[in-house]
Design a protein. Structure first.
Lengths: 134, 138
């Protein structure tokens, strides 16, 4: 439980500092999109994405983290990934941009988006269990 | 922007994702399994993050003329509640449950050298382009 809260605080700290120091929203779906597809003036997103991998790699090297057992099948990973890409692009954000920064900003859009993706995620868990996939 | 600084901020974010359990798909599904074997602890990840982002955006940032190392704040401008926002969020939520990853944890799991994390991010990039092609922003 302590680790969960420390993790949340680190996510919040990074989000606050990215805005206070650089003036940018820590919305990961948007950052990954720009790192992959947008050229010119957005190279910072590549460094942030690199950091997203370096941070966990340091924890693993220090013995503070280990790879979780992955239950998701390849089909679930690929279909789910496709839906995450389509949904976050159409809906302008994911757990971080809407859930952390948007709610922090008091954005009604982000509050409603967060309620919507939590609710649809919960319904999808139910559907997967009924379908024998969980 | 300063590459080292931004990399350190990304690393802080990524470390937070790993420590909190967000990179464990089974844990994510447990959190979203509200009517079954619900594991509500993950709510504290968002609570911890918002405990910092809310006071910052409400109290500190409005008093700042500009970011410390750049010329202006780049903030989302959209305010309208429309079908696009909600349909997108609903599709995202389903994808989050089906794969067990949201975007940050998918990328952070590269550090585990987990082949499925690479597969997830590749599929997500294809999803971004599908949205660009079939539902371009106005």
């Amino acid at each position: 439980m302590t680790q969960v809260i420390i993790g949340g605080l680190l996510i919040g700290l990074s989000s606050v500092l990215l805005m206070a120091l650089q003036g940018r929203i820590a919305g990961i779906s948007s950052i990954v999109y720009r790192a992959a597809f947008v050229r010119g003036g957005e190279t910072w997103t590549v460094w942030f994405v690199l950091g997203l991998v370096v941070g966990p790699a340091i924890l693993i090297a220090m013995g503070l983290a280990a790879a979780p057992v992955l239950e998701s099948s390849w089909l679930q990973i690929l279909v789910g990934g496709l839906l995450v890409g389509i949904g976050t692009k159409i809906g302008s954000g994911c757990t971080s941009g809407h859930g952390v920064c948007g709610i922090g900003r008091g954005s009604l859009r982000s509050i409603l988006a967060t309620v919507a993706f939590m609710a649809s995620g919960a319904l999808a868990v139910l559907a997967m269990r009924w379908g024998g996939l969980l | 922007m300063n590459a080292v600084l931004v990399t350190v901020l990304g690393a802080t974010f990524g470390a937070g994702l790993v420590l909190s359990g967000m990179t464990d798909p089974a844990y994510i599904r447990g959190f979203l399994d509200v009517t079954g074997d619900w594991r509500p602890e993950l709510a504290f990840v968002m609570a911890g993050a918002i405990a910092l982002s809310l006071p910052f955006f409400q109290l500190v940032q409005p008093k700042m003329a500009k970011p410390i190392f750049s010329e202006q704040f780049s903030m989302p401008l959209a305010t309208q509640i429309d079908a696009r926002l909600l349909v997108g969020a609903v599709i995202f939520g389903v994808g989050w449950t089906v794969s067990g990853y949201c975007p940050g944890p998918g990328v952070a799991s590269f550090a585990y050298l987990e082949p499925k994390a690479f597969g997830f991010v590749a599929a997500m990039l294809v999803g971004f382009k599908i949205a660009d092609w079939f539902a371009p922003a106005k």
